[in-house]
Design a protein around this ligand. Structure first.
Ligand SMILES: NC(=O)c1ccc[n+]([C@@H]2O[C@H](COP(=O)([O-])OP(=O)(O)OC[C@H]3O[C@@H](n4cnc5c(N)ncnc54)[C@H](O)[C@@H]3O)[C@@H](O)[C@H]2O)c1
Ligand SMILES: [Zn+2]
Length: 363
């Protein structure tokens, strides 16, 4: 058993267990972190079938109650929040409940939001099963659901009491989902750790083969970086904004393509465009973009959008983002690989002409 990574936040701290085989220890971890509580698992049905019904040995079997929802973003809705909370109410769960969120980022956000709101908030253990959820979504305490007007518009900060990340489950992840998660690891290297960025490049082959030891190191280092950044800053007003590197462009691309790009593909393109923007604004040298492109390419991530889009469509999507209402479009931009620009706070705005020029690099 290796030491967990500790994440600190305004109200306390929690461990992130990153370990091959950790899922088999879930019953023990749950009885420790949800001691004395009646726990309910809320799980993505695909993952539940793959891991809880079949793969664990009889001694390791999850024996508690489980509520499942259909895999996919469409379930991250107020409707599923209502069905799941109704399910808990019908089963008589009270204030002494604990929730275990099993699945990718959708399960984490949806079950986390159920936990945040049920009886005004009950403890939650996050058990991320996609690479994206392990190294990004499960750490940081953001939970929520989507609305027809946009993604993640209804939600709450509700840090988990523990996170259990078992990289062994990544073996069954569809290839596109797997690569999507690697884009966030590239982002972590870019924003905070040049050595990690270079290590990812050197280990691209074992990572591509999903070598378990290499994946475990990847998840662990990314979790450490995210923990370090969110630790000092649980709400998004300070340095935490650097985690949005690549994401101003990525969110706009996801919306204009009607989510045909995976999140990680959009992040890869967003990182390239925002490195180019940093160059155009005189904040970073051209080598930053070159290094990011080389690494993304080694990992099989896109550098250019394959369809037809205009820079104007993408800037319009940034402007109409519900979360940017009445605010200027802001970017978290690099200064160098491993270091973010912070002269005017951790984000900067840019003239629209420069934004369009930067977008021309990827579309
Ligand atoms: N809270 C946060 O800080 C945060 C951060 C980033 C993303 N998110 C959210 O995360 C969501 C995306 O998460 P995601 O990419 O994990 O998507 P997801 O949860 O939809 O999972 C993707 C697919 O992979 C399947 N899957 C999951 N684990 C598997 C496994 N081990 N083997 C085989 N199949 C498996 C799922 O059933 C699903 O079909 C978005 O809703 C996004 O808004 C939240
Ligand atoms: Zn992301």
């Amino acid at each position: 058993m290796t030491e967990p990574v500790t994440v600190t936040h305004a109200l306390g701290s929690y461990p992130v267990y990153v370990e091959a085989g950790a899922l088999a220890r879930l019953p023990a971890i749950a009885s420790h972190h949800l001691a004395g509580l009646r726990s309910a698992m809320i799980a993505d049905d695909t993952v539940y079938q793959l891991y809880l019904e079949r793969k664990l040995g009889p001694g390791d079997q999850w024996r508690g109650e489980a509520l499942t929802f259909p895999a996919g973003e469409a379930s991250k809705s107020r409707e599923w929040w209502a069905r799941l909370t109704d399910g808990l109410l019908e089963r008589g769960y009270g204030r002494d409940s604990g929730i275990i969120a099993l699945g990718g980022g959708v399960a984490g956000d949806l079950a986390g939001f159920v936990a945040a709101t049920y009886m005004r908030g009950v403890p939650c253990i996050q058990v991320p099963t996609t690479l994206l959820a392990m190294l990004d979504a499960s750490v940081g305490g953001k939970t929520g659901v989507d609305a027809p007007q946009g993604k993640n518009l209804i939600g709450a900060f509700h840090p988990p009491v523990a996170v259990v990340a078992d990289p062994a489950v990544l073996g069954t992840l569809p290839e596109r989902e797997f690569r999507s998660g690697l884009a966030e690891a590239v982002k972590h290297g870019l924003i905070a750790d040049r050595d990690y960025f270079d290590w990812i490049g050197r280990e691209a082959d074992p990572l591509g083969r999903r070598d378990l030891a290499t994946l475990t190191r990847l998840v662990r280092r990314s979790v450490e970086i995210k923990a370090e950044v969110v630790g000092a800053d649980e709400r998004e007003d300070g340095r935490r904004a650097i985690l949005n590197a690549g994401h101003t462009v990525a969110h706009a691309l996801e919306r204009v393509t009607d989510y045909r790009l995976s999140h990680g593909e959009a992040v890869a393109l967003g990182l390239v465009a925002e490195c180019e923007l940093a160059r155009l604004l005189g904040m970073a040298s051209a080598e930053v973009r070159t290094a990011v492109e080389a690494l993304l390419q080694r990992l099989g991530l896109p550098l250019r959008y394959a369809g037809t889009l205009s820079p104007g469509q993408v800037t319009e999507a940034m402007r109409s983002d519900k979360k940017n209402r009445n605010a200027r479009i802001r970017f978290a931009l690099p200064r160098a690989v491993g270091e973010m620009h912070s002269a005017e706070g951790w984000t900067a705005d840019a003239p629209e002409s420069r934004i369009r020029e930067a977008l021309a690099a990827i579309i």
